[in-house]
Design a protein around this ligand. Structure first.
Ligand code: ATP
Length: 575
């Protein structure tokens, strides 16, 4: 298995990714993708878009990355998007308290423990500062909000935040998006773009950074009616690590089918099960090693307060399991919160098949009595009475009812409210959709795909390193080398082959410098599936001109006529 340091070193040397702003000393948590990394990332995003937007028939949007404070007040991020911070009294380094505990005590999921318990564990285990070894027991642990704050406009401006997830950009636009979906559920909206989190301790290359890319799908459903097309994935095999197995000392992950896991209630939601199946096939497609991949269910303490069932896709990299995607049943939490805070409608009108006759409780308060007694509040009291009548009609059986207006409780004689029940015909109702969300972290998947493709072997008695990337992910489809750079005929033919390959839609790198062995090694390390070498043997015989095509993983070479090389490689890349 590849060491993480080797992968990170190769990534830097071969232009996949490296710490950003190096000329100025760099800032932790920010990475630049070099030409090869940017191409792999782009390929991964295209494969995601193909599977989760196009083939699912979803709509893709692109929302701003800076949003006003009100959005995050509503979403709960302002109050609750915190990690636990402990600062070293000696060297001033900041550490994530839960990571410190997990790395040094074997206690898992420390994130879900209360602060007082976290402080106690740090003290009892005599945990020390990883930077300078000073004891941290006795230091206060604090909640640290991960959002980057900014100011919108000149002067003191209006407070804004860099979005910590792309999802909110979809939720806040729901009132318009539902129109584009013609007010019909279910429908899905996707977005691929940057998210920002002021991580306390960024680490492990692009795995934990402060600016990263998410690809999220929000599926809006009617929880009472909409079913996912589970049959499409019911036979897909998945490795699951459910909560009860994690809690059991001898528990372990096991392989089953999506259909069985849903039937047996291991996966608590058909929709989540459906997306695990779709995602499983997608991960295989992009080259995640299935022996180093699993779906782990959140433990009860880990669940977000609104989430009914959550699973993480996890990959094993550098010997650790990391979360690469979260699958959450978010219920109607987000839309309800945005409706409450914005006053806009975040519902869709659900038409009944046939009109329904229903009983509706109404009040018709005697305003002459309500007026003088309640002063300016009379209208609001009348409204509150109506709401009470709809929610709790039985309350009007008592002689008096109580309603609250602006935090003040008013007592009203039931007689004054004139409560009655009448029959009305309804054609439909306004419902708040529920949301099912697969949330992919693109950078962690890029890293996984590279590490899982990292191989070493021996070719012609020499050790080599290569990336066995899936051709769909590789930065370059093919490289073209004239064997020597001082023979015009070879250079001309190399140009011709490069042109043919590019005309066939392939991305091609042309390289005529250095020994041929060095050129192969370079392409192997970048993961280029095919190298085409133009040599004299191929043009000096009587027959048509030929070139050699070398396949990356086997290092096997075959001679192919120049006129066929583009077709041949295009077919091999996309059989
Ligand atoms: P973690 O517990 O590792 O901090 P999270 O549970 O907060 O992650 P989510 O909020 O579920 O992550 O975000 C969805 C996805 O976004 C994650 O599965 C991950 O791939 C990615 N992600 C989250 N934080 C980061 C980060 N700091 N750097 C890179 N990717 C990230």
């Amino acid at each position: 298995m590849a060491e993480q340091e080797d992968v990170i070193e190769l990534a830097k040397r071969r232009g996949f990714f490296f710490g950003a702003n190096g000329a100025y000393g760099g800032v932790a948590g920010f990475y630049t993708y070099g030409p090869n990394g940017a191409a792999v990332k782009d390929n991964l995003e295209s494969a995601w878009r193909d599977r989760f937007t196009v083939r699912q028939g979803n709509m893709e949007i692109e929302a701003p990355t800076i949003m006003p404070e009100a959005v995050f007040e509503a979403s709960g991020h302002l109050d609750g998007f915190d990690d636990m911070l402990v600062e070293c009294p000696e060297c001033g380094a900041s550490h994530r308290a839960d990571h410190l505990i997990e790395d040094n005590t074997g206690i898992e999921e420390a994130e879900s423990l209360p602060i007082s318990e976290v402080e106690m564990i740090i003290r009892d285990h005599d945990l020390r500062c990883p930077s300078c070894d000073a004891p941290l027991g006795g230091e206060p642990v604090e909640d640290f909000n991960l959002m980057f704050e900014t100011s919108i406009g000149p002067g003191s401006g209006q407070p804004g935040y860099m979005r910590p997830e792309t999802a909110q950009g979809i939720f806040v636009e729901f009132p318009r998006l539902k129109e584009y979906a013609r007010n019909r559920l279910p429908f899905g909206v996707t977005q691929i773009g940057p998210a920002y989190r002021n991580e306390i301790s960024p680490r492990k290359g692009i795995i934990r950074v402060r600016e990263f890319t998410q690809a999220e799908l929000e599926t809006f459903i009617d929880p009472e009616e909409d079913e996912p097309p589970l049959h499409e994935v019911e036979d897909v095999e998945v490795t699951l690590y459910p909560a009860d197995e994690q809690e059991d000392e001898d528990g372990e992950a096991y392989t089953t089918t999506v259909g069985d896991a849903v039937d047996e209630g291991v996966i608590g939601s058909d929709w989540v099960g459906y997306y695990l199946g779709v995602a499983q096939e997608w991960y295989e497609r992009v080259g995640v090693d299935m022996d180093r991949f699993r779906f782990r269910q959140h433990l009860p303490g880990e669940l977000a307060h609104y989430a009914a069932d959550c699973w993480d896709a996890e990959s094993e990299v550098g010997g650790d399991w990391i979360e690469i995607t979260g699958f959450a049943y978010r219920s109607d939490y987000d839309l309800t919160k945005h409706a409450e805070h914005s006053g806009e409608s975040f519902t869709v009108f659900k038409q009944y098949d046939e009109p329904k006759t229903v009983e509706r409780a109404t009040v018709d308060p005697d305003m002459a009595t309500l007026g003088p007694e309640f002063g300016g509040d009379a209208g609001a009291v009348a409204e509150a009475l109506q709401t009470l009548a709809e929610r709790e009609p039985d309350a009007f059986d008592a002689a008096e009812v109580e309603v609250e207006v602006d935090g003040e409780t008013h007592t009203v004689d039931s007689d004054v409210a004139n409560f009655s029940v009448e029959e009305v015909t309804e054609n439909g109702e306004h419902i708040t959709p529920h949301v099912v969300e697969p949330s992919f972290g693109i950078d962690r998947i890029v890293y996984t795909v590279i590490e899982h493709a990292y191989r070493s072997d021996e070719v012609d008695g020499e050790e080599r390193t290569y990336l066995a990337l899936d051709p769909e992910m590789a930065a370059t489809d093919a490289a073209v080398f004239p064997l020597v750079s001082n023979d015009e005929r070879l250079l001309d033919l190399s140009d011709e082959v490069t042109g043919d390959l590019r005309a066939a839609g392939l991305s091609v790198e042309y390289d005529d410098s250095g020994s041929i062995g060095r050129r192969y090694r370079r392409q192997d390390e970048v993961g280029t599936p095919f190298c085409v070498t133009v040599d004299r043997d191929g043009i000096e015989g009587d027959g048509p001109d030929t070139v050699t095509v070398r396949e990356r993983d086997s290092a096997r070479q075959v001679r192919v006529p120049v006129s066929e090389v583009a077709d041949e490689i295009a077919t091999l890349l996309d059989p």
